[in-house]
Design a protein around this ligand. Structure first.
Ligand SMILES: [Fe+2]
Ligand SMILES: [Fe+2]
Length: 472
């Protein structure tokens, strides 16, 4: 039997026989998936100092222990209910929220949950080789913390599927373990989750930009009229914040080290000759993951997004900061691209909901890039990192068929082909990054040459703490 000890939860698992049975069936497959597709080489002989959520209150959430990864206690948690919560937007604004799935929105809700759920195991799969190239035990531990929490996010979505979607939900839960990142026949649903992440610069950019898309999506789902979905995603957001911390500080530490190397060399030497990561390479990876993550927000004009909003399934981030929650007639002024130039046009706001969320996302990313630039500023460098224009390198939406440079200037196909590696990582860049990451750093308190140590350790432990223990 699945006990609360094994699966910490606040959903009354022990008295919910139906859910128990469904999970008893699913859990062994999950563990098998974790062993096959999770962190390679760190399944059996390593103990990792991780945080395990054992309840939703602050103490229960900050519980640290050494565990072997397959023995991590993946739990099911919903944020506390909000009393008398009412629907916050759309056509049913002001009515009581739903505790069950209304039949007419069943398919739409299932699709939203499956799409979110699919990203969680996908990122674990994408990152599964990184442990063998880690820059320190501290970073190795952070990688695994992110991985187990993405695993828990999968559990959260599977809980929703098992509890509210009957047979279809159970089938979907199985398929979440069958699709595979980058697999030709059964790929993950969204493109950014099929890109390999084989070096640590990609990992940090991914957790900065793609996990931040996770934050956008979770914020909009936490507004949902389906109350259990709202509560599940609200708790997931607390974990997402840590993933973005890993990404933002990871890049900041690389920048710090790059600046140190440049300074030591009198600002004239090629940083690569000193084993560091040069600023243009960092900018290229930023360009790549930012543009891929913009795509994740969907098409600029979207009738699906309008319908999700109208039906109260998926709202805007921070819906309560808006004055109008119904937005029947409001319009959004959008930049279309027609006959070689941009043309501003009004679109019904409801049809522009993806773009509204993307605006929030771009603002949140821009603030992070500003914080990175403070590192460069501190070292007296005049170079700055920047977000590319949102038309750059898009694979989804109205700009997808065209090419733009990072300033948003349109380019011909030939020019794009000739110049794209000025702005995006080339095979040579990846090769260089792999070369400096070829030997992992597993010694306590040591860091790879291309990255500075963090300011402080995890959970007030020293930086040279043994964050991952190897059994003899
Ligand atoms: Fe997640
Ligand atoms: Fe995440």
């Amino acid at each position: 039997m699945l006990s609360a000890e094994k699966i910490p939860n606040n959903v009354n698992l022990s008295s919910n026989k139906r859910l128990q049975r469904a999970l008893e069936h699913w859990q062994p497959k999950y563990i098998q998936w974790w062993r096959d597709m999770g962190p390679q080489g760190f399944q059996d002989y390593h103990q990792v100092y991780v945080r395990t959520a054992i309840s939703v209150d602050p103490e229960g959430w900050a519980h640290f222990e050494y565990v072997k990864l397959p023995e991590y206690r993946w739990g099911i948690f919903l944020a506390d209910p909000v009393r008398d919560r009412t629907i916050g937007f759309g056509d049913f604004f002001g009515q009581p929220v739903w505790q069950e799935v209304p039949g007419e929105f069943r398919n739409q809700l299932r699709r939203l949950i499956v799409t979110q759920g699919d990203t969680e195991p996908a990122s674990v799969e994408q990152q599964r080789l990184l442990g063998q190239r880690c820059p320190s035990l501290y970073d190795l531990r952070n990688l695994f913390q992110v991985n187990v929490e993405e695993g828990r996010h999968l559990w959260a979505m599977v809980y929703m599927l098992h509890s509210y979607f009957g047979r279809d939900g159970r089938d979907e839960a199985e398929e979440l373990l069958e699709r595979q990142s980058g697999n030709r026949d059964k790929p993950r649903i969204l493109e950014a989750f099929n890109e390999p992440i084989d070096n640590w610069l990609d990992f940090f950019m991914f957790t900065m930009f793609t996990d931040r898309d996770g934050k956008s999506q979770l914020m909009s789902l936490s507004e949902s009229s389906l109350d259990p979905l709202s509560r599940t995603t609200r708790f997931m957001l607390t974990e997402e914040a840590h993933h973005m911390f890993v990404g933002e500080t990871g890049v900041a530490r690389i920048l710090e080290r790059t600046c140190q190397l440049m300074k030591e060399a009198g600002f004239s030497e090629d940083v690569r000759k000193l084993g560091g990561i040069d600023l243009p390479t960092i900018q290229k990876h930023l360009n790549q993951w930012f543009s891929l993550s913009l795509d994740l927000h969907g098409s600029e004009v979207s009738s699906n997004a309008a319908s999700y909003f109208a039906n109260g399934l998926k709202g805007r981030a921070k819906e309560d900061t808006y004055d109008d929650h119904v937005v029947t007639n409001a319009v959004y002024n959008m930049e279309f691209f027609e006959e070689g130039r941009t043309v501003p046009k009004d679109v019904l706001m409801r049809n522009a909901m993806n773009e509204v969320l993307r605006d929030w996302y771009v603002g949140d990313c821009a603030a992070g890039v500003e914080r990175w630039n403070r590192v460069l500023e501190r070292y007296g460098l005049s170079e700055r990192l920047r977000l590319p224009d949102r038309k750059f390198n898009r694979g989804i939406g109205m700009y997808a068929g065209f090419h733009f440079d990072p300033n948003g200037v349109v380019l011909s196909n030939e020019e794009w082909e000739r110049r794209k590696y000025e702005w995006l990582p080339s095979a040579a860049d990846s090769e260089y990054l792999l070369s400096i990451m070829a030997s992992p750093v597993y010694e306590r308190g040591k860091f790879a040459n291309y990255i500075a140590p963090p300011r402080r350790g995890v959970n007030q432990q020293p930086i040279d703490f043994e964050y991952v223990r190897t059994e003899q």
